[in-house]
Design a protein around this ligand. Sequence first.
Ligand SMILES: Cc1cc2nc3c(=O)[nH]c(=O)nc-3n(C[C@H](O)[C@H](O)[C@H](O)COP(=O)(O)O)c2cc1C
Length: 148
Amino acid sequence: MPKLVIIYGTGSHNTEMMARAIQEGARTEGIEVVLKNVNDASKNDIKDADAIAVGSPNYNHAMMPTVRKFLGELADTDLSGKTGLAFGSYGWSFEATKGINEMLASRGLKMLADLCIKRMPGEDELKECRKAGLLLAQNSKRKEVLYV
Ligand SMILES: Cc1cc2nc3c(=O)[nH]c(=O)nc-3n(C[C@H](O)[C@H](O)[C@H](O)COP(=O)(O)O)c2cc1C
């Protein structure tokens, strides 16, 4: 079964809300979805994933150090052929998602457009997150069809 892994950091739960909505959207496609706070995640979690979404809020013009550390652990991992998404909540700038996108793209992931929501997501923004989850799930399925 195609698998999406969602890893996120969060300070005040806004990025966590996004992660949960991405999970909801992906589940409507009937794929396996794993959702983990970055504090509980390791690179083993993503090795058999078809799609990977990594989220971080923007703090002090950067992604959270815990998310940066997790991505750093992927330095020797080839993730080519997988689909990726960078997402996160922000106040006024986009360094976190930009940095996640660059790090994942450098590992060979094919990245969707970054998903950035200002502060706490409302119902419209959560809908956007569900849509991104759906898109990730559809890409995972397409990969299964291509490679089986
Ligand atoms: C100490 C602090 C620093 C912040 N620095 C930035 C920043 O550099 N750029 C930005 O866009 N937002 C910044 N923010 C706003 C957060 O990104 C925003 O509140 C976001 O919704 C937090 O997401 P979270 O609930 O997932 O932690 C900052 C917030 C705090 C409390």
